[in-house]
Design a protein around this ligand. Structure first.
Ligand code: KIV
Length: 268
């Protein structure tokens, strides 16, 4: 079996200069983490999208530190050979240094090796303080889902100036504050390229085109878990929804046809 070694944060940062893209997928639970631990993917994100994908809320606003820490610890127990980045939940970075650092402490002690924080304005002090304290921070710009209500929905950002200019400035300031990478979500491809060219740290895109320094997708999206959800930027690599239903229907038919269990599945 192929052996994997957990990449370090400096190794992720160095990928940009080496011209090697970073791959990242979300992961929320232990059994999925065990599967992903034995894949080639570079790192795992315990995204606050867990609130929507796992808990069925209509936005990431409903994730809190307790929810995030529970999922982070489950993932870290299952994926000891992967770099795990945890999302800072809604408003935790905006209630002052003390609250922010307490949330970061909880997520790091749950097992994460780095923290992702959405936005730039109002959070750079916390980012700089965390980095100074030895906590690697990943930024998140473009469509920042925790601001979904202010943005008027999950829509493409940075379509024209001054938004593009502000995005480039924010990327620069996140780099200055000490971020080791930036997730860039839902911007036109040309803007994705511009942001990636503006900073020296890797820009990991989701719906940001092909010219960023890496790509991240929500695992359930790439596995095709929900046929009703197919944004333009998602590529489906599996029909999990169809394959899972077919498997459960086969089980059901076997039970009804008294075909399960067989002798080989029964104790003598
Ligand atoms: O929470 C999440 O899944 C994310 C990704 C969309 C990058 O932040």
């Amino acid at each position: 079996m192929k052996r994997y070694r957990r990449l370090t944060v400096p190794e992720i940062s160095a990928r940009k200069a080496a011209g090697r893209p970073v791959s990242m997928v979300t992961c929320y639970d232990h059994w999925t983490a065990r599967i992903l631990n034995e894949t080639d993917v570079d790192c795992l994100l315990v995204g606050d999208s867990v609130a929507m994908v796992v808990h069925g809320y209509d936005s990431t606003v409903h994730a809190d530190t307790e929810m995030m820490a529970l999922h982070v610890s489950a993932v870290c127990r299952g994926a000891p050979d992967k770099l795990v980045i945890a999302d800072m939940p809604f408003l935790a970075a905006r209630k002052g240094l003390r609250v922010g650092m307490d949330a970061i402490q909880s997520l790091m002690q749950a097992g994460a090796q780095a923290i992702k924080i959405e936005g730039e304005q109002g959070v750079t002090e916390l980012i700089a303080h965390s980095v100074e304290s030895g906590v690697p921070i990943m930024g998140h710009l473009g469509l920042t889902p925790q601001s979904v209500h202010a943005l008027g929905g999950m829509r493409v950002q940075g379509r024209a100036d001054p938004a593009v200019h502000e995005l480039l400035e924010s990327a620069r300031r996140l780099q200055e504050a000490g971020c080791f990478a930036i997730v860039l979500e839902c911007v036109p491809s040309a803007v994705g390229k511009q942001v990636a060219e503006t900073v020296e740290i890797p820009v990991i895109g989701i719906g940001a085109g092909a010219d960023t320094d890496g790509q991240v997708l929500v695992l359930q999206d790439l596995l095709g878990a929900d046929p009703s959800f197919k944004p333009r930027f998602v590529r489906r690599y599996l029909d999990l929804h169809g394959d899972m239903q077919a498997a459960v229907n086969r089980f059901h038919a076997d039970v009804h046809g008294r075909g399960f269990p067989g002798v080989e599945e029964s104790y003598a």
